[in-house]
Design a protein around this ligand. Structure first.
Ligand SMILES: Cc1cc2nc3c(=O)[nH]c(=O)nc-3n(C[C@H](O)[C@H](O)[C@H](O)COP(=O)(O)O)c2cc1C
Length: 219
């Protein structure tokens, strides 16, 4: 069955200078080869307008919650609410999500946080119940490709990862439990290993593409 893959990047660099975007491209090549008829949408958060939650957005939500009609919102408030709706609708329409991010100061670039603030939408991707919030997304899969100078997937640095672990929690919060991570990590600590680290991450990305495609892996 044809699936929709949303490929989300949060990096101002060109692909040539970015290890995460380079590994992301390897993921896409493998995925395309395995799923030639799937629809792939690229969402570059550095080249797409994603509203931040600001005073307009909070004012608009407040007005709507208090029963005011959409027409009573200011032009700015309306525009931001409409755009946030488009962003979350595009997200909900996809089956597979690939997030490609560098680690900056132990987390991802703030564009990624803005994106999360758009897709965590009460009534659309999660709902509140008497037993607490419940994720509304089903049968979706996430792959997160993260590049960092140090090592955070394991060992003493693991506590300092506020991006991959956070994204996984957000995915779970929205109902997505199928979550894989690909790390390109440690090249700043071990510059002589940089090539081997990149090669391993490319292999992990191919494996993630096979996994997400439901390709049987024989070990
Ligand atoms: C602003 C900035 C902050 C960074 N913060 C961290 C950090 O907290 N931990 C780390 O290990 N590397 C950090 N780095 C290094 C990057 O994570 C590393 O160079 C990574 O490979 C960048 O991915 P990219 O090549 O896809 O852009 C930082 C780099 C920049 C530019």
């Amino acid at each position: 069955m044809m699936k929709k893959l949303l490929y989300v990047t949060a990096n101002p660099k060109a692909k040539e200078g970015s290890s995460s975007l380079t590994v992301g491209e390897v993921f896409l090549e493998t995925y395309r080869a395995l799923n030639p008829s799937d629809e792939i949408t690229v969402l570059d958060l550095y080249n797409t307008y994603i509203p931040a939650i600001d005073q307009d957005v909070l004012n608009a939500w407040g007005k709507l919650q208090s029963g005011q009609g959409f027409g009573e919102l200011s032009a700015e408030e309306q525009a931001k609410i409409i755009r946030m709706g488009e962003v979350v609708d595009q997200f909900m329409a996809a089956d597979h999500y690939i997030f490609v991010t560098p680690m900056w100061n132990f987390s991802f670039p703030s564009k990624m946080k803005d994106y999360i603030d758009n897709i965590a939408a009460a009534g659309k991707t999660f709902k509140y119940t008497v037993n607490g919030p419940v994720g509304l997304l089903q049968n979706k899969k996430v792959v997160h490709i993260q590049s960092s100078g140090g090592i955070y997937s394991q060992g003493p640095g693991a506590d300092l990862d506020f991006s991959n672990r956070y994204l996984q929690r957000i995915a779970t919060f929205l109902g997505i439990t199928d979550y894989q991570s690909v790390f390109i990590e440690g090249a700043a600590m071990m510059p002589d290993q940089a090539e081997a680290i990149l090669a391993k991450a490319k292999e992990d990305a191919r494996m993630a593409a096979r996994n997400i495609s439901g390709d049987l892996i024989v070990i």
